[in-house]
Design a protein around this ligand. Structure first.
Ligand code: SME
Length: 167
């Protein structure tokens, strides 16, 4: 049985090192994109701390459509170029928001969310979707989270068949 190791007292960089090591083990031997997205969301939600949502949106028919996640029920469809997810997807760069109330067009799925980070998922030059993590704490995410979650996205994309999740 796979268990998420506790990281109490660890620095943020140490937490990401631990999580990426665990993710590599968790995804080894399995390439199903849906299953791997579900386990990646569960690992992040359990292991990051101070997060109230972690999950995926996949690009379908020109929109971002909700994928596997952990947290409260969420908005199903997001427009490209709007909100934090749509902005990260359109720009194809990670977006770190220290205060969601100051981000124009932020889509509030859970009113407890105060900070957010979104990493675009790009495989073989193609936009597949985004990895999104929300926190109830202001300024929860920084450049260390961006680097750590980009590594998480890279491990997920490398080890998973994701082409069928997006069109
Ligand atoms: N806040 C996001 C919407 C997705 S939820 O946070 C799960 C946004 O502005 O795109």
């Amino acid at each position: 049985m796979f268990e998420v190791k506790t990281t109490a007292g660890a620095s943020k960089a140490e937490i990401y090192l631990e999580l990426t090591t665990q993710l590599t083990g968790l995804l080894s031997g399995e390439t199903n994109g849906l299953a791997n997205a579900a386990n990646t969301a569960a690992l992040l939600f359990a292991g990051l701390g101070e997060v109230n949502w972690a999950g995926f949106y996949f690009l379908r028919g020109g929109e971002l459509v909700l994928g596997p996640f952990q947290g409260k029920v969420a908005c199903v469809r997001l427009q490209l170029g709007r909100g934090v997810c749509g902005t990260a997807a359109q720009r194809r760069t990670t977006v770190v928001v220290t205060d969601v109330e100051k981000f124009p067009g932020h889509v509030a799925c859970d009113h407890a969310s105060r900070a957010e980070i979104v990493v675009p998922l790009i495989k073989a030059g193609k936009l597949i979707g985004v990895l999104d993590v929300d926190s109830p704490s202001l300024a929860r995410f920084d450049a260390t989270d961006a680097a750590g979650l980009e590594k998480v996205a890279q491990i997920f994309l490398q080890g998973s068949d994701v082409q069928y999740l997006a069109d």
